[in-house]
Design a protein around this ligand. Structure first.
Ligand SMILES: [Zn+2]
Length: 310
């Protein structure tokens, strides 16, 4: 037994390298999804090519992170700059996969939450670039969360999964959809202001399937907290810089996400999807710890008051 544990320890660097490499490859795929889904292109064919000169990329130029570094951020054929967002997304996804493996180790939870991390990366960067959240991710993602909870019910605690009960996951999906939907309706109908958008409804519903109903409350609370800290800085930056241009998608390809209330928002719209995605990921990783932190904070505040009595 001891030998087995030692052998597993010795293989740890190999597993971690594999998690990182897998993340980099899926990060590269995330770039393809973000670039092609909003304009209705296939993510399978044609293969990777320069968006400017359309020259197909050689396999060695297409290696995640490394390819960009070797090309010094320029296309080999036409020297057009390749945006730093490409290697950034690859590196970020690789680090997220490593983090998931670090936290969940050799359990079924590792591949499950790696795929969730990939889904959240795509949602985040498509929301940044196109102000939409891809249905291609959320529609299969919602039932996937439920399916994982069913698996969790059979596999139990040893699976490492956060939700071990499909009812909890189902409630998470409903509550996750309900919170942004109600906020959206209240702001649009009652306050006559641009609401949250339907992409966020589907995104938080998907996250809800993976974190359960209590996790959804925690995720939403954390997203608002992150949003108010980061958002203030971003608003200040854009006020200073002036309104940005909204990337135009090909005419007729746009789906329901480009509703009237989003178009009014030119230059003022702050996507909330990235905060939901970040908060959801943090909650998958550190949900119990975050809840404990919050409970400690609240009880400290309303406690005996010795902190303030001096
Ligand atoms: Zn080129």
């Amino acid at each position: 037994m001891l030998y087995l544990i030692r052998a597993a320890d010795a293989l740890q660097p190999l597993f971690m390298t594999t998690a990182f490499a897998l993340g980099a490859v899926l990060g590269s795929f995330a770039n393809v999804c973000v670039a092609r889904w909003p304009v209705g292109q296939s993510i399978v064919k044609p293969g990777s090519r320069c968006p400017k000169c359309m020259h197909p990329l050689a396999w060695y130029d297409n290696i995640p992170i490394v390819g960009w570094v070797f090309l010094r951020g320029k296309c080999r054929y036409c020297s057009t700059s390749i945006h730093w967002q490409y290697p950034l997304v690859e590196l970020l996804t690789a680090l997220l996969f490593l983090l998931v493996y670090w936290k969940f180790g050799f359990t079924i939870a590792s591949p499950v939450y790696m795929m969730l991390a990939f889904a959240l990366v795509v949602c985040t960067f498509q929301d940044f670039a196109d102000w939409t959240i891809p249905d291609e991710i959320t529609y299969p993602g919602i039932p996937a969360g439920l399916a994982v909870a069913v698996a969790g019910m059979f596999l139990g605690e040893a699976s490492g999964l956060r939700v071990l009960n499909p009812i909890d996951a189902g409630a998470g999906i409903l509550l996750g959809g309900a919170i942004p939907f109600v906020i959206d309706r209240v702001t649009v109908v009652l306050l006559k202001k641009p609401g949250m958008g339907f992409g966020d409804v589907k995104l938080l519903a998907m996250i809800g399937g993976f974190v359960g109903w209590q996790g959804v409350l925690g995720t939403f609370f954390l997203a608002c907290l992150l949003g108010s800290f980061i958002g203030v800085g971003v608003i200040a930056y854009f006020r200073f810089k002036g309104p940005s241009e909204k990337p135009e998608a090909a005419a007729g390809e746009k789906k329901e996400a480009a509703s009237d209330d989003e178009i009014e928002l030119e230059g003022h719209y702050l996507p909330f999807g990235p905060y939901l995605a970040l908060a959801g990921f943090l909650f998958v990783l550190y949900g119990p710890e975050l809840v404990q932190l919050y409970v400690d904070f609240v009880t400290l505040d309303s406690g005996s008051g010795t902190l303030y009595s001096i």
